[in-house]
Design a protein around this ligand. Structure first.
Ligand SMILES: [Zn+2]
Length: 552
């Protein structure tokens, strides 16, 4: 007899295996898949099964759980205790002020009101809010709202006063204070150097509060069908303590996701907490501390900023300003040294590169490390890869460098990339997925949440349709088909995580990680893909999310 914990019946199973087989019934035991059958095959075997639980999926579609290979769960969690000032919610400064007021009334004390995600270029007024706007909400509570880029913020007069920042202050190195024509502070703070002078006075949530926020954030991920998620920078917001906070959330089961951790380069370098660790040692520590729920992903570096912030490092100038080409964060020598050190200590290296000049510089550093000490199957990766040229992608393929594309940009910023930042030619081939796919490169898609909302089905929709916010198609030639897009967030994600033997498809021997959808992505019109909803999410054979109001 064969023991089965859960038998999923009447399912429309998209296995996403090599042959894209379909099936109707899936059996799970002890967290793993032990059977995948069509109705016909099931009839032959059913007599020998001893089944504890049957879940009748009533024709719903079962796919492997989604794998989002680059987002920031902890950063997103911290946002959950703050006011959403994004353009999804706010069309004007007045609407932002109204939301801040509502939050202020709910927390009726003298604590800080912190907001995130405003985008001056999408607000009706087409400008940054000022201290005077925010003073309309409160003059006796500090208010601080962050720009969508996280490179700018606005503080009200109370927050500026508290931080002893007045008109006489000098600009710090690497940042500056916005001023009006009379030299008076507008409240706009440019770059972390200026932002931190004010924000360091804001209270940080307690560890317990952060764990609770991670729990709420993880629920949002599960509701999108995600079963494995990579935090793209442990140490990026709260420094080394992020490690403990993540571990606590995993140990307490506040976070039921399987996690992968990219660890910030400074924590792995001289003076950093993990400076002495090899990749193997850090990976086993993470596995131990997380009770087996997390693993090391990589060492994380940055080599440029963002294209819409004009800090992405391009080879040719920005379309809107011939004098700007963006900035490389590190000199080539410095980057080479970091990459070589991590490579030699056994780390997979992950580097943020949006602009093609940054991408070229990262490729050069990887090539040098690989040539100096060849290593099979290193799977070094580049993040965002938005403006890689054909030659860049070919070089990446040649050296087995993987790409994780920030496809959601095509929708959120595509129109402005075309009109303002990159011009039509470069904008059309942003996130060149078709080329990557035809080259046979290892690549994935990601949300970079909270920069854009977490939703694999949305990213898949964006990859298949390439429709912008204004409704135009950007880069018809770079569209990929729906099966390929689904794979880029399941089996290709598993490959990027070195997990292809245990995850990413619905096959016997792999983990019982599934997303149950209310519609079949291969059967709906491509433009409807983002209207499909996730009904249930299963990790390790356990239902971790179930939609409450089932659509009729
Ligand atoms: Zn990121």
């Amino acid at each position: 007899m064969v023991q089965v914990d859960t038998l999923y019946t009447n399912a429309n199973v998209l296995t996403l295996d090599n042959e894209n087989k379909r099936a109707d019934i899936v059996a799970a035991y002890d967290g793993n898949i032990i059977g995948v059958w069509t109705h016909e095959q099931y009839k032959q075997i059913k007599e020998v099964l001893v089944t504890a639980e049957i879940v009748d999926l009533k024709g719903k579609t079962m796919i492997p759980g989604f794998i989002d290979t680059h987002n920031h769960l902890l950063m997103y969690a911290l946002n959950k205790g703050q006011v959403n000032c994004s353009s999804e919610r706010n069309k004007s400064i007045d609407e932002i002020l109204a939301n801040l007021r509502v939050f202020g009334e709910k927390t009726n004390d003298d604590s800080w009101i912190i907001g995130y995600g405003y985008d001056d270029t999408l607000l009706a007024e087409n400008r940054h809010p000022t201290r005077y706007d925010l003073d309309q909400v409160s003059t006796d509570r500090p208010i601080f709202i962050k720009h969508i880029s996280n490179h700018l913020a606005v503080a009200n007069s109370c927050a500026l006063q508290l931080a002893q920042v007045d008109d006489s202050i000098q600009d710090p190195a690497g940042g500056h204070f916005g001023r009006d024509e009379n030299g008076q502070l507008t409240g706009v703070l440019y770059e972390p150097a200026a932002m931190d002078l004010v924000f360091k006075y804001a209270p940080t949530p307690s560890d317990e509060e952060v764990v609770q926020l991670i729990e709420r954030a993880a629920q949002d991920y599960l509701a999108q069908g995600i079963t494995t998620s990579s935090d793209a920078g442990i140490g990026l917001v709260l420094g080394p303590k992020e490690y403990e906070l993540h571990m606590k959330a995993l140990q307490d089961d506040a976070n039921p996701l399987r996690m992968r951790f990219m660890v910030m380069y400074d924590l792995l370098s001289e003076g950093g907490r993990f400076a002495q660790h090899s990749a193997e040692e850090l990976d086993s520590q993470i596995q131990q501390d997380s009770h087996g729920k997390a693993r090391l992903d990589s060492a994380k570096l940055f080599q440029d900023g963002s294209i819409q912030g004009l800090t992405g490092a391009l080879r040719k100038p920005y379309y809107c300003d011939e004098s700007l080409v963006g900035v490389l964060i590190m000199s080539q020598d410095e980057l080479n040294q970091y990459v070589q050190d991590f490579h030699d200590r056994g780390f997979r290296v992950t580097t943020h590169g949006n602009g093609d000049r940054a991408i070229g510089s990262i490729i050069e550093a990887y090539q040098q490390a690989i040539d100096n000490s060849p290593k099979a199957d290193h799977r070094h990766r580049i993040e965002h890869v938005q403006t890689a040229t054909s030659e860049d992608l070919q070089e990446m393929k040649k050296y087995d460098i993987a790409a994780s594309f920030f496809i959601n940009h095509v929708y959120y910023w595509g129109d402005r990339h075309k009109r303002i930042f990159l011009g039509p030619e470069r904008a059309e081939r942003m996130n060149a997925l078709k080329e990557a796919s035809e080259l046979g490169m290892l690549y994935t898609l990601h949300s970079d949440c909270p920069i854009t909302p977490i939703s694999p089905l949305f990213s898949i929709w964006a990859a298949v349709n390439r429709i912008t916010r204004e409704g135009n198609v950007l880069g018809e030639n770079q569209k990929i088909d729906v099966i390929e897009a689904l794979k880029s967030m399941t089996i290709y994600g598993a490959q990027l995580n070195f997990d292809e033997k245990t995850a990413g498809t619905i096959e016997v021997g792999k983990a019982a990680d599934f997303a149950i959808l209310d519609n079949d992505p291969t059967a709906v019109s491509p433009v409807e893909l983002n209207n499909i909803s996730v009904e249930m999410t299963i990790i390790n054979g356990k239902t971790v999310y179930q939609k409450t109001a089932v659509k009729q």
